[in-house]
Write a protein that binds this ligand. Structure first.
Ligand code: CTP
Ligand code: CA
Length: 218
């Protein structure tokens, strides 16, 4: 149930959420991307608003409507997402749900690359790590939450990621099944005090539970 604006446990709090994939151009008609529908991130933005937060949602290219009362900023690339996150500070908490492309094409062509001769090779450059950069920012949000999509050794990888990236919590998402684009998630909440495994839940329920945990923590 939605509360009136300005009320609820997260009233007066500004929370930043990233969601969706990023698209990294190769030429005007081609790009590098990854499988992310944006559903989980949009649900989290919505659940935070329902608890009274002011939410800035930095969204990569997705086919989803903007949740009511969410301030949405659309971006295409990882570098645009990094700039939009920086511009949205300060925030009390940040939930980095986006599936950011780890690499972009090192050079982009202004014209469509034509199919002639040998297949072209693609040289990749590493994208900025938005979460790790935010962890080092002088205006680092008090509560910094990352997501980790893993196909194996889910908790082990997520636990290492929490330390490596300087996040407070990592929501480890087991994507060994049909999660990408699906309607449910199996997640483990990794914090400094340990690991909490949640039962497989519809994405809106994962969002509501996480939003409540954020409200408890702030
Ligand atoms: N992330 C980010 N910027 C990037 C890559 C990832 O902000 N360039 C964030 C994601 O939004 C997520 C967290 O970091 O919250 C973990 O992303 P993930 O891809 O699982 O981590 P990586 O460090 O990129 O490791 P991997 O090699 O498993 O892809
Ligand atoms: Ca990655």
């Amino acid at each position: 149930t939605a509360l009136a604006p300005g009320s609820g446990p997260l009233a007066g709090k500004h929370i930043l959420v990233t969601a969706g994939p990023t698209h990294e151009p190769i030429d005007p008609v081609r790009y590098i991307a990854n499988r992310s529908s944006g559903k989980q991130g949009f649900e989290i933005a919505s659940a935070l608003v329902d608890l009274g937060a002011r939410v800035t949602l930095v969204a990569g290219p997705v086919a989803l409507p903007t949740p009511p009362r969410v301030n949405r900023i659309d971006v295409e690339t990882a570098r645009e997402m990094a700039a939009a996150v920086e511009a949205a500070l300060p925030a009390d908490a940040a939930v980095m749900v986006a599936a950011v492309a780890d690499w972009r094409s090192a050079d982009t062509s202004d014209q469509k690359i034509k199919k002639r001769g040998a297949a072209p090779s693609l040289t990749l450059a590493e994208n900025p790590d938005i979460l790790a950069t935010l962890a080092q920012n002088a205006r680092r949000p008090q509560l910094l939450i990352g997501f980790a999509a893993e196909t194996e050794r889910v908790v082990e990888h997520a636990t290492a990621k929490r330390t490596r990236k300087g996040a407070d919590w990592i929501v480890a998402n087991d994507v060994s099944g049909d999660v990408m684009g699906g309607d449910a998630n199996t997640v483990h909440l990794v914090t400094a005090s340990g690991v909490e495994s949640w039962e497989r839940l519809p994405k809106p329920d994962v969002a509501r539970r996480l939003a409540q945990r954020i409200a408890d923590a702030l």
